[in-house]
Design a protein around this ligand. Structure first.
Ligand SMILES: Nc1ncnc2c1ncn2[C@@H]1O[C@H](COP(=O)(O)OP(=O)(O)O)[C@@H](O)[C@H]1O
Ligand SMILES: [Mg+2]
Length: 254
């Protein structure tokens, strides 16, 4: 079993599939990023159009109002800047050379800054229950984001394909017995019993070409095992699947 896993990890490394998986994730994120930028852009347009309209109508300019408008624009620009920075970090080809201390909540927030609105636009309710006292992991932020992104996109895709009402995606973090856990669950249809042993295999996918590469879970498993952790999947009693990432707090390697 262990040998089989090592073989799988070596294969992933050899084929340099980490970046392939990242690019595939970026593809599925593209619409989400557009969504994320659209709202601040709209706000900026409304504010500037308001001033331009006032000028065309010959209205007097109220400096207070002007500065309020500029502040609003500045906030929206900062928000877009953050989204773009997160996307660029995510897309970086070189892997993080060093591992640092990373609080998993940050990886989760970064991922939601890129695709949160898109998930909501798909009619999915997001419940976040992040432990504010979460101890750090010895991991790379960039790679942890890749793992979280894969689990969240999988949950979103599973929810897209089901007719559940309401559709819920739940992300929870916490720690117990010196380990940090990140739990991503959905209330879609879950993993069929006969696929339970297969979903972590590289290139295994039940999705159409263009929607899935079958790399997400195997790459994520391989990343998490570098941090001394693992990913497990199970079905919820009330329907849907839960994926749990567990890794040692503080990053003590096993
Ligand atoms: N949340 C989920 N609910 C049900 N099935 C899932 C879920 N996440 C993953 N799966 C199953 O595991 C398979 C492999 O996932 P993954 O490795 O991410 O590849 P991909 O998403 O490209 O298919 C999926 O095709 C799907 O059948
Ligand atoms: Mg996937």
């Amino acid at each position: 079993m262990l040998r089989q896993r090592r073989g799988r990890e070596a294969r992933i490394r050899d084929l340099n599939l980490y970046h392939e998986d990242r690019l595939a994730a970026l593809g599925t994120m593209a619409a989400g990023i557009a969504h994320e930028l659209n709202q601040p852009l709209n706000t900026i347009r409304v504010v500037t159009d308001g001033f331009l309209f006032g000028r065309a109508e010959g209205w007097p300019l109220d400096p207070e109002e002007l500065f309020e408008g500029l502040e609003m624009i500045s906030r929206q620009v900062a928000r877009m800047d953050k989204v773009i920075r997160n996307v660029r970090n995510f897309a970086r080809e070189e892997r993080d050379p060093g591992e640092g201390h990373v609080v998993a909540n940050e990886a989760i927030e970064n991922v939601f800054s890129m695709i949160g609105r898109q998930i909501e636009a798909h009619g999915i309710r997001v419940e976040k229950d992040l432990d504010p006292e979460l101890p750090p992991l010895r991991a790379s932020l960039n790679e942890l984001e890749q793992v979280v992104m894969n689990l969240i996109v999988n949950a979103r895709q599973a929810l897209d394909d089901c007719s559940r009402d309401p559709k819920t995606l739940r992300v929870r973090t916490g720690s117990r017995d010196g380990a940090v856990f990140i739990e991503v669950s959905d209330n879609a249809v879950g993993i069929p019993d006969h696929l339970q042993g297969t979903i972590f295999d590289p290139f295994f996918t039940t999705k159409a070409v263009g929607k899935g590469t079958g790399l997400g879970l195997s790459i994520s498993q391989s990343i998490v095992s570098k941090f001394g952790g693992r990913i497990e999947a199970c079905n919820n009693e009330s329907g849907g699947a839960t994926f749990v990432v567990t890794a040692p707090a503080g990053g003590d390697r096993p």
